[in-house]
Design a protein around this ligand. Sequence first.
Ligand code: ADP
Ligand code: ADP
Ligand code: MG
Length: 615
Amino acid sequence: MLTSLLIANRGEIACRIIRTARAMGIRTVAVYSDADANALHVRQADEAVHIGPSPARESYLVGERIIAAAKETGAEAIHPGYGFLSENADFAQAVIDAGLVWVGPNPDSIRAMGLKDAAKARMIAAGVPVTPGYLGDDQSPERLRSEADAIGYPVLIKAVAGGGGKGMRRVDAAQQFDDMLQSCRREAASSFGDDRVLIEKYILSPRHIEVQVFGDKHGQVVHLFERDCSLQRRHQKVIEEAPAPGMDDSTRENICAAAVRAAQAVNYVGAGTIEFIADASDGLRADRIWFMEMNTRLQVEHPVTEEITGVDLVEWQLRVASGEPLPKRQDELAIDGWAIEARLYAEDPAKGFLPSVGRLDAFDLGDDARIETGVEQGGEVSPFYDPMIAKVVTWGEDREEAREALAAALEGAVVWPIRSNAGFLVRALDHPAFVTADLDTGFIAREGDALLPEALPSAEALNEAAALFVQDQPLAGFRLNAAPCTRVRMLADGVPVEGEASGAADGGEPVDGDGVLLTEGGQTWRIAPYRATGSAGGAAADGAILSPMPGRVIAVEVAAGDTVTKGQKLVTLEAMKMEHGLTAPFDGTVAELDAEAGQQVGEGRMLVRIERIEA
Ligand code: ADP
Ligand code: ADP
Ligand code: MG
């Protein structure tokens, strides 16, 4: 067995690998870029080596530095994780040439599966059904168009070197073909340095079904059943589960056997995934499931397979890399229950899924689900890498149990001030089509807005927050036949809201005296009392311009005494790496000014007060 291991990756997958290695008594070495100097994976490893500046191109993708780090620290083996160098055959070869153990397949297997066209040709030869289409060498637009015409629309143009959902264009009619081909080629050239494409029949009602395979150095290959990854956004997986809903035993046997044949055809060693596309318009049928590609590495969604088989796939990888035979035979592997995984991203679904970066002031995913993460409260989400901050995984006796557990875990996810897709995931999991497993890869695009979470907390939640703020104050206001209540003005992440405080409050998490974090449906807001400042009362208080969130004043556009018009910019604030212009609510004069460029200001702090010009 190996005694030491360098992990050539970062984030959750580095932490995941370190966990198993440690349990097996293997010494771990992390590598890190500037941006990751304080990252969790660095602190979890026994040793860590700095390998360069923050951009991946200058650190995590520099093979020589990583091999040098292994040499320096006496690490025996390198685990590449996923992404980065994991499917780079030249790197795998360089690791082997340096006398180190590569935790992955032979470089030749990676090469054989690296380009989608060559891989498909190889699979056809091995008797694996592949998506109908054109794989030819003739890349002239005329030839490609006539092949597309012959296949019949819709078709999918795919970069042969593509990956990560990039370099794909669906073409619905012949007239669009030339434009789509051009734009696909442009993207392929810039992302993969290779503009060659293949053409596939676009499968309608497509479901993404993949099979986990495992090979050892003694020629054995087994499968660990299938996963369904049909819930995708822009061809990227969002929610994955195992087993696949609606898969009957004979169809399962059929595609798992095809996956094993595919792996055997390239003498596969280690963990790999055979991805299939299924036409599910008539349920899952073996004659309508085709090979799409092979990922020659550990997959992001491997935990759902671990949950239903009880196998630690990273442990298997390390045993196989050490030369041990596969720990189990095919007949010793079985499916137990159901598992679902959701990818938690630092992004804002309400803003077109814009990545959200910065400090994670609050981050708590609870204790009820399996959490795979590489960040923690107080850590940074940097703009340099993938915005996936965690995977949340649940297991149940059946699909419904796993689904409910996952939705519950995500509903309570506290992620702030960074935005996350937790609320979006909850809505997807609770959607009737997901509940009944009526799925295909177009689900998210189709449902779109229905999956976007609420912009503000519910009235009920705001009432509870209001109660927290008035707890020690006498109740004011009175309505006939109703409990006495106080209307409380508050700010929800800077947006003015109101709540009615009528009883004792429960829930809510006090933060620093005057604000609370409120989590509802997977969304978190900071609720603070709306404080009109001291001197002014009544109408004048409405002209108080408060800082909507903690930030820095970067420009003051007015001076005390100035006349301003409604909508005129008064102060520019920088918060969460974005600029926010604060403007005059009505025509008036600048009665008070308490802001200076460069100044740090807290949430709810008065910056300017505008006095209305009376008509
Ligand atoms: P999967 O089918 O497992 O999602 P992908 O090919 O889409 O596989 O990529 C695997 C994962 O690797 C992605 O989800 C992404 O998080 C990560 N990844 C891929 N390329 C990079 C990269 N260059 N830098 C950082 N992470 C990457
Ligand atoms: P990548 O290397 O980017 O992962 P894949 O070939 O695995 O590329 O395709 C990614 C996704 O695109 C699939 O999971 C599926 O949703 C969709 N897709 C791929 N091929 C087809 C097809 N022929 N018809 C319909 N959808 C497809
Ligand atoms: Mg794929």
